[in-house]
Design a protein around this ligand. Structure first.
Ligand SMILES: [Zn+2]
Length: 247
């Protein structure tokens, strides 16, 4: 951990190597670590709506529902860790237009087809380099978005700083959108001959959103659950394999 002084209130701001943007826990001021200058982009927050004991209830309910789960899961699992994280994201408003040409081979003779996909996105990029957070499975609840306010953040929560610059986030968004369009094109043609995507991106928003990371134990195994702190829904949860016939 390294430390800089908040240029607004003078409090120490701790950060780890690789972090680029840091937010002061005392006054909420967000700055670029390298320059100490104010972060000039829009910084938003989605607020956590659940207390730790309510999270327990949500987890037990989830364990009780769904036929894939072992029947004694809710009763015998032990919740070992419960951490509220505010994860940093870049939200990139972007329109992507892909023109393509390909061969539809399911007909004899095969036919050459051309097409176009145009879509408007608010593409979400997690601003951390290494994490197992399932971003693609996360439907960010944007209706709860407010301007960043450190007073709304629980004292026990961990606020993670950004390790990825805005430009890099835009690059990643473009790459991921292109992959997703390629997948869509493959529904229409069997072989892609040509594909070109043009992007029109607006200003990215820096956003902190709440996610609970829960670690639980079931019959000696450790499993993770990611829970959306704004909506209380399970983003992704590990389910132990049912051990049928073993007593
Ligand atoms: Zn400060």
């Amino acid at each position: 951990m390294q430390e800089i002084r908040c240029s607004t209130c003078g409090a120490p701001i701790k950060f780890s190597p690789g972090e680029i943007v840091a937010t002061c826990a005392y006054c909420g001021f967000t700055q670029v670590i390298e320059t100490g200058k104010a972060f000039i982009f829009e910084h938003s927050l989605i607020v956590n709506e659940y207390k730790p004991d309510q999270v327990d209830d949500l987890i037990r309910n989830w364990m009780r529902s769904g036929f894939l789960k072992p029947g004694d899961m809710a009763r015998t699992s032990k919740i070992l860790e419960k951490t509220l994280l505010y994860l940093p994201f870049w939200l990139v408003p972007i329109t992507a237009t892909t023109s393509y040409k390909g061969v539809f081979e399911r007909l004899t003779p095969p036919v050459v087809k051309e097409g176009k996909i145009e879509k408007k996105y608010n593409w979400l990029i997690l601003a951390r380099k290494a994490t197992d957070f399932p971003t693609r499975e996360y439907d960010v609840p944007l209706e709860g978005k407010v301007p960043y306010d450190f007073k709304k953040i629980e004292g026990f929560a961990k606020v993670l700083n950004s390790e990825i610059e805005k430009e890099e986030a835009l690059g990643r968004a473009q790459q991921q959108i292109e992959e997703s369009h390629r997948f869509l094109i493959k529904q229409d043609v069997d072989r892609v001959i040509e594909m070109k995507t043009e992007f029109d991106a607006g200003d990215a928003v820096y956003l902190h959103a709440p996610a609970w990371l829960i670690v639980y134990e079931y019959k000696g195994g450790r499993y993770n659950i990611w829970l959306d702190g704004a909506t209380g829904t399970i983003i992704k949860g590990d389910i132990p394999a049912a051990t049928f016939g073993l007593i």
